[in-house]
Design a protein around this ligand. Sequence first.
Ligand code: GLU
Length: 394
Amino acid sequence: MGEKTKSHLQPRKEMLRHVRRAVVKVGSGVLTGKDGLNRRVINNLTRDICALKEKGIEIILVSSGAVSSGMKKTGLSKRPESLSQKQALAAVGQPSLMMAYERAFERCGHRVAQILITRDDLNNRRRYLNARNTVFTLLSWRIVPIFNENDTVSVDEIKFGDNDNLSAMVTSLTESQLLVNLSDIDGLFDKDPRTNRDAKLVRVVERAGSDVLGFASAAPGSLGTGGMGSKIRAGRKVSLAGIPAIIANGRKQGILNGIFRGEETGTLFMPQEDALCHRKHWIAFTKSSKGEIVVDQGAEKALVKGGKSLLPSGIVGVVGGFTIGDSVVILNENRKEVAVGMVNYAAADIRKIMGCRSCDIEARLGFKHDEEVIHRDNLVLTNYNGEDLCRLRI
Ligand code: GLU
């Protein structure tokens, strides 16, 4: 964790000068107040985004605010607990949210497009790539894509969890070079600033170990879903893709332009140099796991120390009913997660071949796709250079 030092100013400015495409995530706490959608904030942000577009920077928005806008429209004062009520509120609020953006962008001569997705849409590599092509087409038409989770049809199994997580996925999906997460506080503090007057703003997160998550208060604001913890996880996921992320206060006028000018505002998560490649990042964070494979000590060592693929011989257990191409968690004999990976065989077939040599696969199954149950190119170790990726996933 770095302190505020002069040496960070230049790299930050330099880093941001090269950004040509960025994701801007705006939280419900920024966009909505007690009177519903805050048009002033929306207009200010839109003006900033249009100014950036004039400079040739493509912006992709991830906007919350559907549920809280729906609350205002239906007269509810408290966010409901029940999933169906939240889904219904999102259905009520999403059109107003889009209308507010459409009006604001129209004033600056720009058009917007709505993209509502669920995690399931990004689980399958083909659909993932299709979604990406749609965004690239919109960008080539100079239209601002506005993402939100498709709350109305999202149930737990296919949920991103919150829009912080969604924004990290969208950053990697769209090959953006920066994530700006606009919240209603100034950034990450070393203590909860709502209850500690001596809390200090963390300017730079160089490389987070497990400590940085400890700074976060789990409590979200009254309007949104994520808390600071989910913003940190999103920042770290993005930096593990080699992309910088900034958490800043979206209620401050001109904040976006300031960020792009390289002003030292908010908390900057430095991009990690030894980043995961695009595909491994998708396996580690976007794809949700559908089951578990338990391995013996020998296989654990081969995976963790030897950088090897997972072969049937080292498998001692299979949990769940996954199929070919699904993602699974690999556990060691103590049931501790060691990796995640994409399988070449369905769960039922792995049960038949576990413990046997690869040359016996065909005799057991009557067919053989591959020597490996999980190829090392489709496998991501949980301990990634000292960081526990398991803690970053939701
Ligand atoms: N998708 C939700 C909404 O538009 C917000 C989720 C979140 O705040 O993280 O209200």
